[in-house]
Design a protein around this ligand. Structure first.
Ligand SMILES: [Mg+2]
Length: 358
């Protein structure tokens, strides 16, 4: 039966959060994502989720929906076995609409691998079938951060990520409280562009004075300030990760050539799927560390990220905890979770996750 795409559909995919999530860039009260499905002539349906977040991807739910509706003329009638050709045409036509493209590419690949009867992690190379995620603690008072860190460490998490970047003193207090509450956890810190280069070094030296070791500091300075990030990278003993500075393989190459960071944080919502593979190759070629992050996403998009990063291999840092902030679970299936370990070993075909109701 034909693997030609009969129809692509899109709808709002709203998911309430357990509590508001605050980072330097703003506060989120609910996930306003989009859900795409592609139906093939053989009856197979593939699903994809996009997570537009105006402060990061420059898209909103409504612009993502309009993009996907406009892309129907490119996608419908094509054969999913031509995934790369379709994805390249989408990238040319909708260059900056990465969250919308992420949803469409995901749905196409889900339909393709379901039709072929292989799990998605094998499509990407099958290096592994599981990853271990951290849990993120947002910008909250130190006392609350202490309680949260204690809770997640008791749940078996070995990795915590801490949001900072609004007030240096409060940031240091928060990290100190978390280090005390969860002494066995590895800590990552994410400033979401909130510091100047000098503040970033001051922050790191305050941690050093307190004997607090962290694995990495993510995006200390504004995304456009590569020179500032290079200054922090060259003058700090802690590895520096670029997140908002890298949306594309072109950005990744610039970071690599200029030595502006030690690690690149890849997200499907920033680069879509096609270009994540390119960024992965650049990082491996230049000896940069690989991290994967997420937006506030359901188990559908997060399972895709698990398949992709486990399948490609080479990633050292995983921040795929978005599902733990959701007040309800709109997805059936997906990865199995045990104390932060996300496994897709049981998946027989595709992503293995679908919405409870389409
Ligand atoms: Mg980040």
């Amino acid at each position: 039966m034909s693997t030609r795409i009969k129809e692509m559909r899109v709808r709002e995919f709203n998911i309430p959060l357990t509590e508001p999530f605050t980072i330097t860039l703003g506060t989120t009260y609910k996930a306003e994502n989009v859900l795409v499905s592609v139906e093939l002539e053989n009856g197979v349906v593939g699903y994809g989720e996009g997570a537009p977040f105006v402060y990061v991807t420059g898209e909103t739910q409504q612009t993502a929906i309009k993009t996907i509706e406009a892309a129907k003329s490119i996608v419908e009638g094509k054969d999913v076995t031509q995934y790369r050709a379709i994805a390249e045409e989408l990238a040319r036509t909708f260059r900056v609409q990465t969250a919308a493209r992420m949803a469409m590419e995901m749905a196409i690949l889900d339909a393709l691998t379901k039709s072929w009867g292989i799990p998605m992690y094998q499509f990407f190379g099958g290096v592994s079938d599981q990853v271990e995620t951290d849990m993120t603690i947002p910008i909250v008072p130190a006392k609350e951060a202490y309680e949260k860190a204690k809770h997640w460490a008791e749940q078996g998490f070995n990795h915590l990520k801490i949001k900072v970047g609004t007030d240096l003193e409060a940031d240091v207090e928060r990290v100190e409280a978390i280090a005390e509450a969860a002494p066995s956890c590895h800590l990552k810190v994410d400033a979401n562009q909130g510091y100047s280069p000098k503040q970033a070094l001051e922050f790191l030296s305050e941690l050093e004075k307190r004997d607090i070791a962290i694995e990495l500091l993510e995006q200390p300075v504004p995304h456009w300030d590569l020179k500032g990030m290079k200054f922090v990278t060259q003058n700090s003993g802690v590895p520096i990760a670029a997140d908002e500075s890298v949306f594309s393989s072109r950005d990744a190459l610039r970071v690599a050539l200029e030595g502006a960071a030690d690690i690149i944080n890849i997200k499907l919502a920033k680069a879509s799927i096609l270009d994540v593979v390119n960024i992965h190759a650049i990082c491996q070629s230049y000896g940069l560390g690989l991290m994967v992050g997420c937006m506030i996403e359901s188990r559908l998009a997060l399972s895709m990220a698990v398949h992709m990063t486990a399948g490609l291999g080479g990633f050292s840092y995983f921040d795929l905890d978005g599902f733990l902030s959701l007040a309800e679970e709109p997805i059936i299936g997906g990865f199995k979770e045990q104390a932060g370990v996300l496994s897709v070993a049981h998946v027989k075909a595709g992503i293995g996750a679908e919405p409870k109701k389409e």
